[in-house]
Design a protein around this ligand. Structure first.
Ligand code: A2P
Length: 318
């Protein structure tokens, strides 16, 4: 299995299992099945509201001797309602307790957006706290403390732009080592990817298959389909594989980690087998032409209902 190496030598398997939208009642079996298939990287987050069930799967897998803790790479993310310095460690400890772990391999600041502590999903402008009130460096100090306390092996961010990274990095004691962002052939993120590489920050691609199982309120009318894109379809036909496999192998081949979500045993297997699809330089070049800077996750939901945040300010793009 291909890996990305961190500066201390730790290796993150490039193919991970996404667990956003994996329902309680399904995610236990999905994690067990994935580990049995060979997945060694599981991507979690507090706000997926399924960490306790994933923790039960880990605990049972370890007890049965199927796999050891050190064989797995486990990521989780700090939710937006815990950005105050003094909230970070308690939030992390809740995640560790739910996942039944002593440490995480990677802990990420989920979004550069803050909410009041009682808010899981904001309903009005007053649910938000601006980044002037809680600067990202305050949250980051909490992440650094978690690292220094040995509760996490690596710390990073998610949904951060080059501008936000450039502002944050000079203020840090420990630099972010990872940025998890939406990425697929329609949103290749080349500029961000190049910047992150120059700063030794690994990129992880979320929504690599277009996250069609999003809540309908997050789905725009007339969204393009990655699975039906003619270039992806023709590369898949050439290799006699599925379009999902082309999307996954493309992400691995260009040097990002990638976390396709599935709770279906056949698709978990199919996605894992994507690693063996022999994409050529010519295939990669063809797929490079598909980029449209198109986001499935627009961020509109964080800028609605009187929010002090804007989409332009979130991505730092016009
Ligand atoms: P399911 O969980 O039923 O397999 P993303 O990783 O971009 O968030 O996309 C996840 C969505 O893609 C889910 O709806 C998931 O459904 C579906 N999916 C996962 N793997 C495949 C695959 N190999 N072929 C088609 N759809 C897939």
């Amino acid at each position: 299995m291909q890996t990305l190496t961190f500066s201390n030598g730790d290796k993150m398997p490039t193919l991970g299992l996404g667990t956003w939208k994996s329902k309680p009642g399904e995610v236990y079996e999905a994690v067990r099945e994935a580990v049995n298939i060979g997945y060694r990287h599981i991507d979690c987050a507090f706000i997926y509201l399924n960490e306790d069930e994933i923790g039960k799967a880990f605990s049972d897998l370890f007890a049965e001797g199927k796999v050891k803790r050190e064989d797995l790479w486990i990521t989780s993310k700090l939710w937006n309602n815990s950005h105050r310095f003094e909230q970070v460690l308690p939030a992390l400890k809740k995640t560790l307790s739910d996942l039944q772990l002593d440490y995480l391999d990677l802990y990420l600041v989920h979004w550069p957006i803050a909410f009041h502590p009682h808010v899981l999903g904001p309903k009005s402008g007053s649910d938000y706290i601006t980044l002037d009130e809680i600067p990202l460096i305050e949250t980051w100090r909490g992440m650094e403390d978690a690292l220094d306390a040995g509760l996490v092996k690596h710390i990073g961010v998610s949904n951060f732009s080059i501008k936000k990274l450039k502002e944050l990095i000079p203020q840090t004691k420990h630099k972010p080592e990872s940025n998890q962002v939406e990425s697929h052939p329609l949103l290749q993120q080349n500029t961000l990817f190049d910047f992150c590489r120059s700063e030794n920050i690994h990129l992880t691609a979320y929504s690599p298959l277009g996250s069609k199982d999003r809540h309908p309120s997050l789905i725009a009318a007339n969204e393009p389909s990655l699975f039906e894109h003619p270039v992806i379809v023709s590369v898949a036909a050439k290799h006699n594989c599925s379009t999902a496999q082309v999307l996954i192998k493309w992400a691995i081949e260009r040097g990002t980690a990638v976390i396709p979500k599935s709770t279906n045993p056949a698709r978990l297997k199919e996605n894992f087998a994507a690693q063996n699809v022999p994409l050529t330089a010519d295939d990669m070049q063809q797929i490079a032409t598909v980029d449209r800077h198109f986001r499935f996750l627009t961020g509109d939901n964080w800028a609605a209902n009187g929010s002090p945040y804007t989409v332009a300010g979130l991505w730092d793009e016009d």
